[in-house]
Design a protein around this ligand. Structure first.
Ligand SMILES: Cc1cc2nc3c(=O)[nH]c(=O)nc-3n(C[C@H](O)[C@H](O)[C@H](O)COP(=O)(O)O)c2cc1C
Length: 358
């Protein structure tokens, strides 16, 4: 039995029962501590057809860890060990902040979903930077994306300055950057999804990113709650500004329309947003004529889910909530399932399948 299948069996038979009997944030912290303490085992090499290259970066497989799971970059070797092809760390804010009051994560087990209103708890960029510097020195086998957001008490006229501070401090340590303008838990953040504000923000970001010795690609993470016409405007803005990719999508504030009737406030993730995410990916792919790489994130809990996001137009995918419900063996299961689906469909690589269902 491999290390991962042992961890997975322990999770599914014992740990999940224990953790699901406790507060969701306590469970999250426990898992993170365990992963951070796990000695780094190299994951078995990936099937070559799962490898892909975007922005000149090699990804051993297209399955990434979504933002929010490891906000302060404390368990990166754990994500490598589980077999992820990349990890998006953050959201990181410039200054440390505690986030919203507890409780602030809830499970909706009958829908295999989570609701959170964390509000970017972050140790801040000065705490995260030395961890990533250390990882870079020691060697890390997967690309690392850093996801940035502003502090809650930053006035809106200083929001761009917060992103710029993050780019200057952490940009040199990132394989690519994700600008988060779509969390529903930071008041006013989603205003930056409008074309005018997005243009203002990204012009400032690009100006500063271009000054870095090796400017990393900068992507934008969007919300699933955009109307179709708003989404098309975002696509046009992304094309016009030369934003290098779209992460679709963050959590939703929808409830009834996705069949969830929970009283808890915040962003909903997991199975209820799977179909909405896929529609969004397909719309973005079609509207940008496949010119902008899309990272598809929302509701993935199986190889089939990842495959259909890829066929809709995602070049890479990520997940968070699926890992909580399915356990750490999910990544290995998705990868072997994807390799089978590629073979059965006669595809030689993931990139050949991107967008074929548009
Ligand atoms: C508890 C929790 C915290 C999250 N925190 C962040 C965050 O800090 N930044 C971010 O961009 N997305 C955050 N997300 C959103 C995820 O990255 C992802 O976009 C969303 O959950 C949909 O994917 P999933 O259905 O696989 O969970 C968070 C999600 C959850 C469940």
């Amino acid at each position: 039995m491999s290390a991962i299948s042992t961890i997975d069996a322990i999770y599914r038979h014992f740990l999940k029962r224990y953790l699901f009997g406790r507060d969701a944030e306590y469970a999250h912290r426990t898992m993170l501590r365990m992963l951070a303490a796990t000695p780094a085992f190299p994951a078995p090499p990936d099937a070559p057809e799962l490898g892909t290259n975007l922005w000149g970066i090699d990804f051993p497989n297209p399955i990434g860890l979504a933002a929010g799971m490891d906000k302060d970059a404390v368990a990166v070797h754990g994500w490598e060990t589980l077999g992820f092809g990349f990890a998006e760390l953050g959201t990181i804010t410039p200054r440390p902040q505690p986030g919203n009051e507890i409780p602030r994560i809830w499970r909706v087990p009958e829908r295999r979903a989570l609701i959170n209103r964390l509000g970017f708890p972050s140790e801040g960029m000065e705490a995260v930077a030395p961890r990533i510097e250390q990882l870079r020195k020691a060697g890390v086998s997967i690309p690392l994306a850093l996801n940035f957001g502003p502090n809650k008490d930053t006035p809106s006229e200083r929001t761009a300055a917060d992103y710029i501070a993050l780019i200057e401090r952490l940009g040199p340590l990132a394989d690519f950057i994700v600008v988060n303008v779509s969390s529903p838990n930071t008041p006013g953040l989603r205003d930056w999804e409008s074309s005018e504000k997005m243009s203002e923000l990204f012009e400032a970001i690009h100006e500063h990113a271009a000054k870095l010795p090796h400017p990393p690609p900068v992507l934008v993470k969007i919300s699933p709650d955009l109307e179709r016409n708003e989404l098309f405007r975002v696509c046009e803005t992304v094309l016009a500004l030369g934003i290098e990719g779209i992460v679709a999508c963050n959590t939703t504030i929808m409830r009834e329309s996705v069949g969830v009737s929970s009283p808890h406030p915040g962003g909903l993730s997991g199975q209820p947003i799977l179909i909405r995410t896929r529609e969004l990916i397909r719309d973005i792919f079609t509207h940008t004529r496949g010119q902008i790489p899309i990272i598809g994130v929302g509701g993935i809990a199986s190889a089939e889910d990842a495959w259909l996001h890829i066929r809709a137009g995602a070049s890479l995918v990520e997940l968070y909530t699926g890992l909580v419900y399915e356990g750490p063996g999910l990544i290995a299961r998705i990868k072997s399932g994807l390799a089978d689906l590629l073979r059965r469909g006669g595809f030689r690589s993931i990139s050949e399948a991107v967008g074929i269902d548009r």
